[in-house]
Structure formats: C-alpha cells, structure tokens
Write a protein that binds this ligand. Structure first.
Ligand code: ASP
Length: 340
C-alpha cells in the first residue's frame, strides 16, 4: 500500500505562477497539480489536494486560519498517512509552531513548506521543497510514519517546526533552527537524524485544540524604552499574557519603574514570559543581577524557545484554561519539544 498524502494549499509564493507573456504572478491551479508537475507522479505515494477557498499571503495569517488548517487535518486524519501544508514563508514559523501545540498526540507527519520563488519561475526553489516535503511525509518504517510531529522543510532540511525562525527574505535558505538539530537532511539520500525525532505515545488519540487566546502582547526591550510605553502595553484591557523579549541570557534594566510595572501586572494575573532577543541560546534568570529581579517577582522562563513558539504556546495555554497555580510550571515544561 502506497502512503496517502494530503497536500493543503493555504497561499504564499509557492502557489504562484508567472504569466509568461505579461510577467504577472497569479494563483496556481492546484487541482491540476499532477498535470502541471509530472514529477509528482514518480513519487511512491498517492497525493490528494485541498486548498483554502481564498489563498492568502501569509502576512494575513491569524489564529482563525490556524483553526481552519487544524480542522482540515482533523477531518482527514484517519484517511491519510501524512500532511504537507503549503504556506507563505513570512509567517510559516508561527503557523507551524501554533499547529504543533494545537495537534496534541499527533502521530503522523505534518510538514510545512513554501518557497522564495513561485512554482512557475524558471529558477524556482518550490519544486524541490514540494517534492522532498512529500517524500519526507511519506517516509515509513514497518508501515508506520517515521516523522510523528510538525516539521518545516526548506532548502534541503527538515526542522522541528516550533524551533524555527525565518532569517532571510532573499536567500533560498530562509529558515534556521538555532537551538535544535535538523531532523532530516536532503542530499543524494534523505538522512534522517532518528535520535532527534519526537517520539509520541502512539496509544493516545489525536486531540485538536481550537481555542487560541490572543489577549497577549509582545514587548521587545530596547535601550530607551520608557515607562509610558511599558504601561501602555501592560494596561491593555483584558491582557492575560506578555512575552518579554529581553537581552542576552534574559536580562533587562534594573530600574525600579520597570520591575514595579511588571510586578503590578503579575499581581493582576498577567503571565509574563522571558525569552531572549538573541537568535540562539537560552534565558537563564539569576545569572546576572539584571535578571535576578525578574525571577523573584515570578516571571516565567521561556528558556531557549523562539519568540514564535513562545507566542503560540502562550495563546494555546491561555486558550486551554490552564489554572493560574499550574501555569508557570506547565509553561516551563517542554510540551512538543519546543524547548530543551
Ligand atoms: N509574502 C509571501 C507570504 O508569506 C512570501 C512567501 O510566500 O514566501 O505569503
């Protein structure tokens, strides 16, 4: 039996084709995918496609589209062996991170991919990304999928999705996973780094979480950020959580007004998470005097999570109504391999 792969097209550059006469980019007709990309027929799997009614540029992505993707996977979960999601690269790390939290007990591959150049372009990176993503999603060992998590495939590498970040707007190598090893490398052969794959408990049933609470803010520190900016963000009505992007290993100013503003928000029940602005490495509160106060007032450590994963984990946990008493310890626990 050949593996069955569902290809879900949400939008983005990958699905565009340039009119050879006018040079204008227009949406590619995914219903005729196998005719347009005959190479796909050579793959050892059966492919079916489903598309968003109105494909979007991923800069327009939001949690209601995340729910749409989760529902497509939920609906087809039993009848397909793997899922490949075509998505614009701009916010792909956010959507892929969100899906990793929304799909609890996932035991099948969900591979996000996209491209820097449209699929109809002569020098496109779309074909390689698409074909290898399908191959990766089709990998099986003793009739079971090899990949059992949400991944992101781009330019010869499969990464754990919730460890990725978009690092380049121009290079074909547009993503990186600074704090976690690559899951699969594509050369002459596909090299699977088995020891780094997520190994879920396969007896548990897939549970799809559809409530992502967006009552959060992202505060990126910079020298010169002042009390009115911080208070304006922390006094936003109905605020439930804040991601604080700090310096280095989780450091911030020791000025009293800053710590007092955070303390006041925490006392009102706002969960504050500390992640670093650095692209690699981890928050380690208490290492310097400039982070000791944060630890004391109950700021949660985001450790080595990307900002993308930290935001999605916060929305997911707020949406799942985790109690205030458990919130800090659950947030500081890896749920889907998003932190070390
Ligand atoms: N703006 C596009 C998007 O994210 C870029 C891309 O597809 O890579 O939808």
């Amino acid at each position: 039996m050949k593996p069955k792969i569902l290809l879900i097209y949400t939008g983005g550059t990958i699905g565009m084709i340039k009119d050879p006469e006018t040079g204008v980019l227009r949406a590619f007709d995914f219903d005729n995918l196998l005719i347009k990309i005959p190479e796909l027929k050579l793959l050892a799997c059966d492919i079916e496609t489903v598309s968003f009614k109105e494909p979007i540029d991923s800069s327009n992505m939001n949690p209601s589209y995340w729910v749409q993707i989760a529902e497509i996977i939920e609906k087809h979960y039993q009848s397909f062996d793997g899922f490949v999601i075509l998505h614009g690269s701009d916010t792909m790390s956010y959507t892929a991170s969100a899906l990793s939290f929304m799909l609890e007990n996932l035991t099948k591959p969900v591979v996000f991919t996209g491209s820097q150049l449209p699929i109809g372009d002569l020098r496109t990176d779309a074909k390689e990304n698409l074909i290898t993503s399908i191959q990766v999603a089709s990998l099986q060992k003793r009739d079971k999928p090899v990949i059992k998590e949400v991944g992101l495939y781009f330019e010869y590498k499969l990464y754990r999705a919730n460890r990725t970040t978009k690092i380049n707007a121009e290079h074909f190598e547009a993503f990186s996973s600074p704090n976690y090893q690559d899951l699969v490398e594509s050369g002459v052969h596909l090299r699977v780094n088995e020891e780094f794959l997520w190994k879920p408990n396969s007896r548990r049933k897939l549970k799809v979480h559809k409530h992502m609470d967006d009552n959060i803010v992202l505060i990126k520190l910079f020298p010169g950020i002042n009390i009115s900016t911080i208070e304006c963000m922390l006094n936003r009505p109905n605020l439930k959580g804040a991601i604080l992007e700090t310096y280095g290993a989780g450091n911030c100013t020791t000025e009293r007004w800053f710590i007092d503003a955070l303390k006041k928000a925490i006392s009102k029940g706002v969960h504050i998470i500390n992640v670093t602005q650095c692209s690699g490495g981890s928050v380690l509160m208490g290492q310097y005097e400039t982070s000791t106060q944060l630890k004391k007032i109950g700021v949660i450590s985001g450790e080595d999570m990307t900002t993308e994963a930290a935001i999605c984990k916060l929305m997911y946990m707020l949406g799942s109504k985790i109690s205030d008493t458990d919130f800090k310890s659950v947030y500081e626990t890896p749920l889907r391999g998003e932190m070390s």
